[in-house]
Structure formats: C-alpha cells, structure tokens
Design a binder for this molecule. Sequence first.
Ligand code: ADP
Ligand code: MG
Length: 230
Amino acid sequence: MLEVEGLEAAYGRARVLFGIDFAVDAGQLMCVMGRNGVGKTTLLNAVMGVLPPTAGKVVFDGRDVTRMKTHERVRLGMGYVPQGHETFPQLTVQENLQVTLEATRHGDRKAVDEALEAFPRLVPLLKRKAGFLSGGQQQQLAIARALVTRPRMLILDEPTEGIQPNIVLEIEDAIERLHASGLAILLVEQYLELALRLADRFVILEGGLVVHAGAKDDLRDEGVGRMLAV
Ligand SMILES: Nc1ncnc2c1ncn2[C@@H]1O[C@H](COP(=O)(O)OP(=O)(O)O)[C@@H](O)[C@H]1O
Ligand SMILES: [Mg+2]
C-alpha cells in the first residue's frame, strides 16, 4: 500500500535521510523506531511531502506521489497526525472537526460521528475550545481530525509523547481498534513496549538509515534495546 524507496531528505545542506526503504501492506501496522534526532519526523514529513525529498520515491496505492502536494496525498487517503498534536486552539472541538470535514472531498457528515466513536472522551467536550483541552485530549482531537478525512492509511508521529498515562492507554486502545478494523497505520514510536503491543512490523532508524527491520517478534532480539535506548 505504501512503498518508500531510496528516500533522501535534507534541511538546506544538512542531509538527514540517506536512502530509506520500507513498505507497508494494506491493513498492516508498521512502527518506525529509533532514538531522538535519528530522522523519524523528517521521514514522515518526506513521505507526506511536507519536506520535499531530495531523492527517492514514495508510492501510495500504486501511484507515485513523490512530487504531489501534501493536501493531494491527504485526498488520496494518507491521514497525517504530525508530532505535537496540532489543532486549531481558538476553535471548539466541534469546529475543529467541522473545518476538517469541509476540506474533505467526501463531505459526509457521518465521518465526524465515526471519528468521535474512536474517541468518545471528546463527545462531552465538543463545545470547548481546543486550546483549553489537556495535551492528551488534544492528541485525541488531532487523530480524530485525521479520521474525518476517512484515510486509507493513518500516519502518526509519537502520539503518546508527553501525555498523561491514563490517556496514553486510551490512545493505544484506539490505535489498536483502528488497526483491528483494517486500517493501515504508520506509527512513529520510541517505546519498545508499545511497539511490541501494536506493531506487525518495524524499522529502526539510526543516522538517517534503516539499521534494523523485521516482524514484531524480531523486536525481542538482543541489540534492539541498544538501538532504542535514549
Ligand atoms: N527544521 C529543521 N531544520 C534543520 N534541521 C532539522 C530540522 N528538523 C530537524 N532537524 C534535524 O534533523 C535531524 C532529525 O530530526 P527529526 O527528524 O526531528 O528526528 P526524530 O523525529 O527522530 O527525533 C536532527 O538532527 C534534527 O536536529
Ligand atoms: Mg520526531
């Protein structure tokens, strides 16, 4: 469903990704792991066209999207939740979901209810401004907004980073349910326990390269911990 081939990216002259290859099949949950600063966010930004790659290819559903604009990729079904749970702080939860709906091609109002089913905690907060939500609630809203676009693949960058533990569990449960419902997911996650719980496959980045890749059970290999320890 998603193929990333020889992907390279740079900030000005500073190269960050040196040829990344991996693929995510339909319905699969792929976990991208690695320490701080190894290039995980840069990889997702390159996959989404937020940072145009300097070399390589991104293929989604058989279409080469490498040169497409980010919003075109979203329309094709790539739902992206960037690191740091971005929402519109001045708008209510309801309005945040509504403006996203209005930007979609399908325009089906039921998509808002479906997104709220994934995060029922947001229902009593619909009239509240997003800026007044807790970090965990904002993250739930950010994922709900991506769901309103009815993605075929959900792309999440450290969705549980810096979030209070009770909501971390809710977010993990929601990701697990979305995956169980057949949604393909590309998840950036630093923590081994979470990857062991959720992932089908994983890649570990180091210095802008994939240094290890495999199926979930390979995460128990000796040496994996060393590539992840902060
Ligand atoms: N906007 C930017 N401009 C310049 N360098 C950046 C920028 N964003 C990230 N970097 C650098 O790129 C490298 C990879 O960062 P990032 O992709 O954010 O890593 P990760 O998400 O794995 O923590 C780091 O060395 C970081 O300092
Ligand atoms: Mg990051």
